[in-house]
Design a protein around this ligand. Structure first.
Ligand code: GLC
Length: 692
């Protein structure tokens, strides 16, 4: 390759879209618009790289006016709540197929940042607060996409756990704790999926931009972990050419760097650095080799005709993810509603007549046929332009009418507590929706529902004791009306078939099996940062967030603080009952537990038994070390065996760069959630220093 050809691989440019309407001249005519374009080297058969977002479907923020729309999957947090790696893999494969028919050979998916903060506007795009669950699901999503010969990413490396001033945010964390939490999620996910590329985060980590953080990129990702793919920046996250010396291999969305940093560092400045010897030739070769290695390993050069896409089957998958990820948080027996009921049912709020909400930002997917409605919301910064209430065309109200043919179902928009209460008063049952628009570029100011919805919920609960709340949010919410309602269902952003899944859950035509992938705190006072530094400051204000909880994220924090959350990680109700028995554990290199799960109820259902470390040689720390999703018929039992990744039992010794299990007794608990722990056992482990 000539040097010009080498350098051409190191930059991607963004296609023209509603935010950047001018087509970059570096994108040849005839090339479809998308998140990123990098020219190939035709004379050598090196394919161009054409990347598209994202985790929840193939996005189109104005890139392709004639695109008919893509499958709008439920948010990643819904896959998280399913605890089902198979769904993650099938979703990844769907992304690969829908990318290929558009000619895109890279999907910018695999968001596995930990949901450290319930205000993080992008938590809907991530799987969980837990590193193991995030890693297992993120890896399967990558495997699904790459199985279609489409490159996938894991993102955003690392500690991109808040959106507040993200380009000027310094995320501070103890390095060893970082290895035991967010970095462990990446480490396990990379081992299980070999993603073609790792996308670096916007923020700094301990003072160094993630995209130019030599400790993260050279020492850990490429050194300790031996990663062979390439590190690409996020769009507008390459601040300087010397990020190449710190391990960054490719600048993404170069035009945004120009806007933010007044330069495209990997074009002019990097070439100058090379000309004056500051960029060594072998580093340039390494950058190129990594991109080529992933391209050829995954096979984007060996494409035949794109496999046909069955959009009806893809819709079925979107439905199945929603079915398995909806979580019944509270139910005093009012649910499920009998299918033959002739009751008068009020359906209130949440635009439930129209559709279901989804998250905003780069992951927003335009469904086939377009949205049911788009309500402008706006806000500061570049992401404010796309901050809208997007309603996917799947109506919970319409779906309920299908499943309850004898019921008399009325809709009220929930625009005023008094008006909603009037309908509630003359109904037998009330289903009231609470929604909140969350998205990239914004952290939530608190955990409240907006638009006065809490007052509407309280008013209808006061008017009718048989009130069911359905939440469609990307994060936990506070529930001031909690004790006045009979049932609470967390439906998240349930995707293009979410209305049907919600109706099926409420009427019992499906047995809910979702479990919380993140803790629902009773309030921000219970969280490590009741006040979030930088929140509400003008976009562009340098901000520092200290993640002093370290590796004790979510349920781990609640265990350490001995605090009782509103709803625990792993919690979720079923319409049947399960029993866990005969827990046996054995030691050795790790802890292996075997136990029996039985469906002791009257209908088929899925249980998600969770195995936790609760005491490591006297150190009372909690770690999810295993889980399974087990489908059982009434009376059926299954013996389950789970083996812990030993790093979850260990501490990371920063001084020697190794994992250390100290000798002693390791106590584990098997539970239905992080606080509902029913069986305990312990086993002795010997001291062991291992891994990197
Ligand atoms: C965005 C996101 C990233 C996305 C990229 C391309 O700002 O942070 O997740 O893949 O830019 O749209």
């Amino acid at each position: 390759m000539t040097d010009d050809e080498r350098f051409s691989l190191l930059v991607s440019v963004m296609g023209a879209n509603s935010v950047l309407p001018v087509r970059d001249p570096r994108i040849p005519p005839g090339v479809g618009m998308s998140a990123g374009y990098t020219p190939g080297v035709p004379r050598l058969g090196v394919p161009a790289l054409r990347s598209t977002d994202g985790s929840l479907g193939i996005t189109n923020p104005g890139y392709r006016p004639t695109d008919k729309g893509a499958t709008a999957l439920p948010a990643s947090i819904v896959v998280g709540a399913s605890f089902n790696p198979v769904l993650a893999r099938e979703s990844g494969a769907l992304l690969g197929r829908e990318a290929r028919i558009r000619g895109f050979n890279m999907v910018l998916g695999g968001g596995i940042n930990l949901q450290r903060d319930p205000r993080n506007g992008r938590n809907f795009e991530y799987y969980s607060e837990d590193p193991l669950l995030s890693a297992v699901l993120g890896a399967e999503a990558v495997n699904g996409t790459q199985g279609e010969a489409v490159i996938s990413t894991l993102k955003h490396y690392s500690l991109n756990c808040n959106e507040t001033n993200r380009h000027w945010l310094d995320a501070i964390i103890d390095p060893a704790a970082h290895r035991e939490s967010d970095l462990l999620a990446f480490q396990i996910a990379i081992e299980r999926s070999q993603p073609g590329s790792i996308m670096t985060a916007y923020n700094k980590v301990n003072g160094e931009y993630a995209s130019g953080n030599s400790l993260l990129l050279n020492d850990i990702l490429k050194g300790a972990w031996g990663y062979k793919g390439w590190a690409m920046s996020d769009w507008g996250a390459t601040v300087s050419w010397d990020f190449a010396l710190s391990g960054l291999d490719q600048e993404s969305g170069a035009q945004i760097d120009d806007i933010l940093w007044k330069a495209e560092p990997f074009t002019g400045p990097l070439r100058e650095a090379y000309a004056n010897g500051k960029l060594p030739r072998e580093r340039l070769s390494d950058m190129v080799r990594r991109i080529l290695a992933s391209s050829y390993t995954i096979g984007i050069d060996r494409w035949g005709p794109a496999p046909k896409v069955d959009m009806a089957k893809h819709n079925d998958l979107a439905l199945e993810v929603a079915r398995q990820g909806i979580v019944v948080l509270k139910n005093d027996g009012l649910l499920p509603l009998p299918a033959d009921t002739n009751a008068k049912i009020a359906v209130i709020g949440g635009h439930a007549q129209e559709g279901v909400p989804t998250g905003t930002g780069s992951s927003a997917v335009v469904p086939e046929g377009g949205y049911a409605a788009v309500v402008k919301i706006g806000g500061p910064g570049p992401m404010g332009i796309g901050r809208n209430l997007f309603l996917l065309p799947t109506s919970p109200f319409a779906e309920l009418k299908k499943l309850l043919p004898n019921a008399r179902i009325y809709f009220d928009p929930g625009q005023s507590p008094a008006e909603a209460a009037l309908l509630a008063l003359r109904s037998d049952v009330v289903i009231v929706f609470g929604i909140r628009v969350e998205g990239e570029g914004f952290d939530l100011p608190d955990l409240s529902l907006p638009w006065g919805q809490d007052a509407v919920i309280s008013a209808v609960a006061a008017a009718n004791s048989k009130t069911i709340v359905v939440l469609e949010t990307g994060n936990p919410v506070r529930m001031p009306w909690h004790d006045k309602v009979r049932a609470v269902v967390q439906a998240w952003y349930p995707g293009q078939a979410g209305g049907q899944a919600i109706a099926e859950t409420l009427t019992g035509s499906l047995n809910p099996s979702g479990r919380l992938p993140l803790t629902f705190p009773a309030g921000l006072a219970q969280t490590p940062r009741p006040r979030l530094s930088g929140l509400g400051t003008p976009w562009g204000t340098p901000t520092t967030i200290r993640y002093n909880e370290g590796a004790e994220v979510g349920y781990r924090w609640f265990a350490k603080e001995r605090a009782k959350p509103l709803y625990a990680f792993g919690h979720g109700l079923s319409y049947t009952h399960f029993v866990h028995e005969n827990l046996a554990v054995r030691g050795g290199e790790t802890v292996t537990a075997t136990f029996t799960v039985t469906n002791s109820g009257a209908r088929e259902g899925a249980d998600v038994p969770q195995l936790y470390l609760i005491d490591a040689a006297g150190d009372k720390r909690m770690r999810l070390i295993g889980f399974d999703r087990v489908v059982l018929k009434p009376g059926e039992s299954k013996r389950v065996t789970l083996s812990a990744d030993p790093r979850l039992l260990a501490r990371f010794d920063e001084k020697v760069g190794r994992w250390r299990i100290v000798a002693g007794r390791y106590r584990v608990a098997l539970g239905m959630s992080a606080e509902d722990l029913r069986l305990h056992a312990e086993v002795a482990l010997a001291t062991r220093v291992f891994g990197t």
